[in-house]
Design a protein around this ligand. Sequence first.
Ligand code: NAD
Length: 279
Amino acid sequence: MTVRVGVFGAGGRMGTTVCQAVAADPDLELVAAVDPHHAGLDLGQVTGLESDLRVGAGTDELADAALDVAVDFTQLEAARENLAWCAAHGVHAVVGTSGFGDEDLAQLRSAFTTSNCIVAANFAIGAVLMMRFAELAAPWFETAEIIELHHDGKVDAPSGTALRTAERMAAASSDWADDPTTTETVAGPRGAHGAGGIPVHSVRLRGMVAHQEVLLGTTGQSLTIRHDSYDRSSFMPGVLLAIKGVSDHPGVTVGLDSLLSASQPEVPASQPEVARRAD
Ligand code: NAD
């Protein structure tokens, strides 16, 4: 049975790519698209897809869409309203919009009782792994800094991915050295402070998409973990995984880790030394 999908923010950079990815997946059916800034236009005009759908202005137009899953890549305030609608109508939600804090998550947990919700600060599987590797490395280093780099259209800073990375590293280790800076000759040279006081630096550059470096240092060595999304297609395998998996994850799930471990590719066992020599 195909999953009936609606996209909030269908005319945006991410929403357009999500519409294209959903339309190309044989297990999914794109049945609704909402974006107040493109309302009334054919979805084809907005996304380049061959589609009979019209872009709707808001949730009022979804009453007859019989959605299974709604995907939201909009703006924080809009996403809060869209998700309230999903929870009230028993529609599963997959959320990529940045900026959800602890209070929002608590609100979502109490609202999503008859349907489920997955919120991920980053749907790129490489970025999910980067966060996991940073968390694993954290207890072995006393100093760490995060540099996130994004396109010049990103309005919020620091990125949700950077803040989430700091939270996970701080949860994995509380043993961070104090910042040695005693004099700041201009304002803000040490960046923002994420969880555990880990400095977070935000770069906004035309031509970039979404990139992050986690720098960790200890005596005599450093480790750099870097992830680059060169294209918005990098987020789509994670978004499709979440759309297909959300009905199996009750309540509110934060991040993609639990979905990835459920669909872990089989790692071939290492060949015994003798067998390798015989090749
Ligand atoms: P964008 O500005 O290009 O698109 C947002 C779209 O949402 C716009 O077209 C806008 O008209 C629409 N919108 C506003 N209010 C709406 C409403 N009430 N209902 C429906 N649509 C509405 O932004 P973008 O680059 O596509 O990013 C969208 C969000 O996704 C941002 O918060 C961004 O940080 C986040 N993002 C997350 C990931 C991830 O992997 N989680 C990746 C990239 C971007």
